[in-house]
Design a protein around this ligand. Structure first.
Ligand code: UDP
Ligand code: MG
Length: 320
């Protein structure tokens, strides 16, 4: 059974013990239909449940199963990156572990890849079983992102996609620390196309993306692909100075026409609060960029691998 690995399926896993065996079965069922060699590369992102043990057991009975254990939780985007670093297939597919992305769609992606496309991303027509808040904020975020960047990042797509080997190789050259993988894939270019699907509900368990992680991902997306937030300072500054001048003019006119002056400290307090708020917001935005510059300057490795199973190179590669 030494068939060449044609497809690598990268699955980031964080506390998915309830669903992981089922995911494995569905993936296997789909991939067997291709009749070609493949690997199922699970990246365990510091799970605190039994996900790692379950996958390790699978790897002992099935050569296609490979497991990389991180030394702690590094985050979804980093787990995907590690999977792409270790994948050896001619085409690499990234898919969530919770079966929200239907594995059957992979066959359709492979079809497009064979037609000559280098990236096939899955576009969500509908998202089932997700809260109104999550859908609305996600939709708003994708639209803000599109309006503020020059890179064409497709709206309503996640990380469920197929990438050709050459795209993966280019991705490996992008060393940035705060990664927004779907944006980077768009940035890399090549021939890209989409397949459409209805995003299912999570099979089991609950989302591993609390609001805090979603905010971080959105900020990474915005700051990695746009300088527009930084320019906000100039625009706000300009607008506030103008309104100050206008206010001065009004007061002068009132004074000259001997009307009574607008008095009271309420107006002053409100203006003071408003302006200080603006200044702090702008400082905060700059801080987001400065923090990311600091991350680049420190140049720590992206992730640390504790151990791995089923991979040929067994050395604990802790590269970036
Ligand atoms: N995930 C991960 N590390 C994390 C959070 C999530 O590897 O810190 C994985 C998770 O196991 C799943 C995928 O990323 O395979 C997407 O997470 P989730 O389904 O919780 O996100 P949602 O679909 O709710 O946006
Ligand atoms: Mg999910």
């Amino acid at each position: 059974m030494n068939t060449r690995i044609r497809y690598s399926i990268v699955v980031p896993v964080f506390n998915e013990e309830e669903v992981i065996t089922k995911t494995y079965r569905r993936l296997k069922q789909v991939m067997d239909q291709t009749g070609e060699g493949y690997e199922l590369l699970f990246v365990n992102d510091g799970s605190r449940d039994h996900s790692a043990e379950l996958i390790q057991a699978l790897s002992e009975t099935d050569d296609a199963v490979k497991l990389i254990n991180f030394s702690r939780n590094f985050g979804h985007q980093i787990a995907i990156t590690a999977g792409m670093d270790y994948a050896s297939g001619d085409a690499v597919v990234v898919i969530d572990a919770d079966l929200q992305d239907p594995p059957e769609l992979i066959l359709e992606m492979i079809g497009k890849w064979r037609e000559g496309y280098d990236v096939v991303y899955a576009k969500r027509l509908e998202r089932k079983g997700e809260t109104w808040f999550k859908k609305q904020t996600a939709s708003l975020f994708y639209r803000i992102l599109r309006a503020s960047t020059d890179v064409e990042i497709p709206v309503d797509t996640g990380d469920f996609r197929l990438m050709d080997r050459k795209v993966c190789e280019e991705m490996k050259r992008l060393s940035e620390k705060n990664r927004f993988v779907r944006g980077l894939v768009s940035w890399v270019g090549f021939r890209q196309t989409s397949v459409e699907y209805v995003r299912d509900e999570r099979e089991a368990g609950e989302t591993k993306y609390p609001l805090r992680k979603m905010l971080k991902l959105s900020l990474d997306g915005l700051t990695s692909f746009s300088f527009k937030p930084l320019k906000l300072a100039s625009w706000l500054g300009g607008a506030l100075s103008l309104s100050g001048l206008l206010y001065l003019a009004i007061i002068l006119i009132l004074k000259l026409s001997a009307h009574s002056m607008i008095s009271g400290w309420h107006a002053v307090a409100i203006i003071q609060l408003f302006c200080t708020g603006m200044i702090l917001i702008v400082l905060g935005i700059s801080g987001e960029y400065i923090g990311r510059i600091y991350d680049e300057a420190r140049d720590r490795p992206l992730y640390i691998v504790r151990d791995s199973f089923g991979l040929n190179k067994r050395e604990n590669k802790a590269d970036s």
